[in-house]
Design a protein around this ligand. Structure first.
Ligand code: UDP
Length: 241
């Protein structure tokens, strides 16, 4: 099977919230995780993509919200990073269930459940077509998992970052408030800054911009979208230099 893919190595960022069934009290829906894993497997089927995955933790916990309610920010952020480890393990289980070999590397040492993040080992896994799930964020408080995705993409020499989220791209105004809001299929980093369009948090955005790594924002809701994106089909918004 051929794909129009123009990239060889990619980082996929999944928001933690995406693993939760809307309205459910379960933080992780095993069915949704299975669905995501099967889409990743389909995308990997041609066998030529090197894929790293970063999962958020927002389905369990966000450091900034806990801090706004009085908790020490750094402590709250460590709790958030640990949440991403739970999501990473769940995703690893489903990927392996679908026959995708994958390794979890944690930025916080947790050697009974995951390898520790070691850049050169991670690169080696990718080169051997093992999916690497980067858990525990950057390992430092005050950062986000979007920044983790941008950082790992930079370190791994990835060609692109895919941000799978709840919106289907970047708009010229808030589509929830403005019915005439227009979605960009392609936009430059500088235009995002001058038009004050929020793609990722500032740290993540500038890392991608400085290292010239395009960001693709797309909606992971509709079935098949993750596969389409990772196969290089036109989807969502591409932010480039
Ligand atoms: N976090 C952190 N450092 C990192 C990555 C994440 O402290 O490098 C913490 C932070 O508290 C964050 C939480 O982990 O709120 C969950 O990550 P994030 O909010 O990015 O998850 P998402 O919104 O993608 O589900």
């Amino acid at each position: 099977e051929s794909s129009p893919r123009s990239f060889k190595r990619a980082i996929l960022k999944l928001s933690g919230e995406a693993l939760r069934e809307p309205g459910s009290t379960d933080n992780i829906s095993p069915e949704i995780v299975e669905r995501i894993a099967s889409e990743v497997r389909d995308a990997l089927a041609p066998g030529d993509l090197e894929l790293g995955i970063v999962v958020g933790g927002g389905n369990f916990w966000r450091g900034a919200s806990a801090s706004a309610r009085g908790m020490d920010r750094a402590t709250a952020d460590y709790v958030g990073m640990l949440a991403t480890v739970m999501n990473s393990l769940a995703l690893q289980g489903s990927l392996e269930h679908h026959g995708v070999t994958c390794v979890v590397q944690s930025a916080i040492e947790m050697k009974n459940v995951a390898e520790t993040f070691i850049r050169r080992k991670a690169e080696r896994h990718l080169g051997e077509r093992r999916v690497v799930i980067f858990a525990a964020g950057t390992g430092s408080p005050f950062f986000s998992t979007d920044t983790t995705a941008a950082l790992r993409a930079s370190e791994m020499g990835a060609d692109v970052v895919f941000k799978a989220t709840m919106v289907d791209g970047v708009y010229d105004s808030d589509p929830k408030k403005n019915p005439d809001a227009k979605r960009y299929s392609r936009i430059g980093f500088q235009d995002c800054i001058s038009r004050q369009l929020k793609v990722m948090d500032a740290t993540a955005f500038s890392l991608c911009m400085d290292n010239n790594i395009p960001i693709v924002i797309f909606d992971l809701g509709p079935a098949g979208n993750i596969t389409k994106a990772l196969r290089g089909e036109q989807i969502g918004t591409v932010v480039t230099g």
